[in-house]
Design a protein around this ligand. Structure first.
Ligand SMILES: *Cc1c(COP(=O)(O)O)cnc(C)c1O
Length: 424
C-alpha cells in the first residue's frame, strides 16, 4: 500500500504562510472516522469504553474530540490528571495506569474520582495512605512474565517489563483489596506494543479472560471490567497491512462468548487504553528542506529535528516521508534526512529512497500523531513546534503555539539573569 498524506502541497503552503514550519498537524476527519469505527467495533459490549492514553498526544483540543465519542482519559502522571480535570473528564472517566507512582498522584486521582490501576501489590499501602481508605473500585495490572508470542510470530517480552504483578501476587492483591473493603474490581495488562495484526487483542483477551475465571474461583470476585490497554499498532511502513478494528472487535467478542459468558462473567465491561491507534496516522510533522550536503553521503537538512519527533533517534523507528507535490515522481535519490542537533542519531531517515529534493521543498513525515510531539524535549536549546488542527472544513486552527525562547528560559524567571536572557 502506498501512504497518502492528508495534506496537499497547496493546502500545506497556505498553512505555512500563517504558521511557519516545523509544525505538527492533525487530521480531524481521520481522528473522528477512526474513533467511530473503534466504538462501533466494541458496541457488542454494553460497558465498553476507550480511555485515550493521554501521553500519546496530550493536547486538550484533540482529547475533547475523542471525548465526544465517550472516550475517557488514561493518565499516568500529575499533569496528565490535571489536563483531564481541566477538560471536565473526571470520575470514572479517568483511568490512572501509572507505575513507580508518587503518593500525591494517587491522592490527586482519588480526589478526581478516577480509577486507580494498581501496578504492584506493594503499592496498596501507599494508596491507602493517599486516599484515607481504599477507593470502592480498583484495578490491578497483570504481567504473566516470559514471552508473549502471537500466533503470527510477533513477540514481546513481558518478563523483561517493569509493569504489573505476577499471577500469585495479583490474586493475593485482590484478596487484600477485598478484605479492606474494595467492592468493584478491574484487571489490566499490556503485553505487546505496536502490534500490526488483528490477533493481538483476541489473544490478550483470552489470557485475561481465563485469568478472570481463575480469580473468580480463587477469590470469589467477579470482575467488573477488563482493560485490554494499548498496543494496537499502525502501519508505519507502506508495505504493512493496517489493522482492521472491526475484525479485532469481533475477535474479542468471540473469546468473550467462549470464556467469560459460560463462567457467569458475561457482564464484564471491556475497556481499552489506546494511544497510537487513535492518533498516530492522523498526525504529521511538516518540515522544510533548508540545507543540502554532499559528503560521504547525500544529506538533506530540514528545519525539524529529533526534538519534534524523537522516535527515529530513540529507537530507530521508521517514519515514512513524502515530499509534498512530488508524490508521483520517481525515487531516484538516496538521502539521509537530518535535523540540526549535535547528535548523529538526529536523522528522520537513513538511506531513504526519495525523489530529488530542492531547498524549500516541504517534507511530510507520516504517522507522527502519537508519541511524536509528546516525546519532545529541548536538547540543544531547540524549541518545541506548534500543533495545528486540520479541520473537516479544510481550515487550519492553531491548537498549541510554538515555543519561544521566553518559554525555554522561563524556569530562570526567579533569577536576575532572566531579563537579560529574554531581551530581544
Ligand atoms: C503507553 C500506554 C498506553 C498506550 O499505548 P499505545 O501503544 O499508544 O496504544 C496504554 N496504557 C498504558 C498503561 C500505557 O503506558
Amino acid at each position: 500500500m502506498s501512504k497518502k498524506p492528508f495534506l496537499t502541497l497547496d493546502a500545506a503552503k497556505e498553512i505555512i504562510a500563517e504558521y511557519p514550519t516545523p509544525f505538527h498537524i492533525y487530521d480531524e476527519k481521520g481522528i473522528r472516522d477512526n474513533v467511530k469505527a473503534l466504538v462501533d467495533a466494541f458496541s457488542w459490549n454494553k460497558g465498553y469504553r476507550e480511555y485515550f492514553a493521554v501521553k500519546a498526544t496530550p493536547n486538550p483540543f484533540l482529547i475533547k474530540i475523542l471525548n465526544e465519542y465517550g472516550c475517557g482519559c488514561d493518565c499516568s502522571s500529575e499533569t496528565e490528571l490535571m489536563l483531564s480535570k481541566a477538560l471536565g473528564i473526571t470520575g470514572e472517566s479517568i483511568m490512572f495506569s501509572s507505575n513507580d507512582t508518587p503518593i500525591k498522584e494517587y491522592k490527586l486521582c482519588n480526589d478526581l474520582g478516577g480509577i486507580i490501576n494498581l501496578d504492584d501489590i506493594t503499592n496498596i499501602e501507599a494508596v491507602e495512605k493517599a486516599c484515607g481508605t481504599l477507593p470502592k473500585k480498583m484495578s490491578c495490572r497483570y504481567n504473566p512474565g516470559g514471552k508473549f508470542i502471537l500466533t503470527n510470530g510477533i513477540m514481546d517480552n513481558p518478563g523483561d517489563a517493569k509493569y504489573g504483578m505476577t499471577k500469585p501476587q495479583i490474586i493475593e492483591a485482590y484478596k487484600i483489596l477485598k478484605s479492606k473493603g474494595v467492592e468493584e474490581f478491574g484487571l489490566h495488562a499490556f503485553l505487546a506494543s505496536n502490534t500490526v495484526t488483528n490477533d493481538y487483542y483476541p489473544q490478550l483477551a483470552k489470557v485475561l479472560f481465563e485469568l478472570a475465571v481463575e480469580i473468580k474461583n480463587e477469590t470469589g470476585i467477579a470482575l467488573s471490567f477488563i482493560n485490554l490497554s494499548g498496543g494496537i499498532g499502525v502501519p508505519y511502513r507502506p508495505e504493512e497491512t493496517p489493522n482492521d478494528i472491526a475484525v479485532i472487535g469481533e475477535g474479542v467478542h468471540k473469546v468473550f462468548d467462549e470464556v467469560l459468558v459460560p463462567n457467569g462473567l458475561g457482564d464484564v465491561s471491556i475497556y481499552t487504553e489506546l494511544g497510537r491507534f487513535m492518533m498516530a496516522p492522523y498526525g504529521a510533522l511538516v518540515t522544510t528542506a533548508i540545507n543540502e550536503k554532499h559528503t560521504h553521503k547525500e544529506y538533506i537538512g530540514v528545519d525539524a529535528c529529533a526534538v519534534n519527533l524523537m522516535r527515529p533517534a530513540m529507537y530507530g523507528a521508521y517514519h515514512h516521508i513524502t515530499v509534498l507535490g512530488k508524490e508521483n515522481e520517481p525515487e531516484t535519490e538516496t538521502y539521509d534526512i537530518t535535523g540540526s542537533l549535535c547528535e548523529n542519531n538526529d536523522k528522520f531517515a537513513i538511506d531513504r529512497k526519495l525523489p530529488k529534493i530542492e531547498m524549500g521543498d516541504i517534507l511530510y513525515i507520516h504517522d507522527a500523531g502519537a508519541h511524536g510531539f509528546s516525546m519532545g524535549y529541548n536538547y540543544n536549546g531547540k524549541l518545541k513546534s506548534a500543533e495545528i488542527l486540520y479541520k473537516e472544513d479544510g481550515t487550519a486552527e492553531l491548537i498549541r503555539r510554538a515555543e519561544t525562547p521566553k518559554d525555554y528560559f522561563a524556569t530562570f524567571d526567579c533569577f536576575d539573569i532572566y531579563q537579560k536572557l529574554i531581551e530581544e
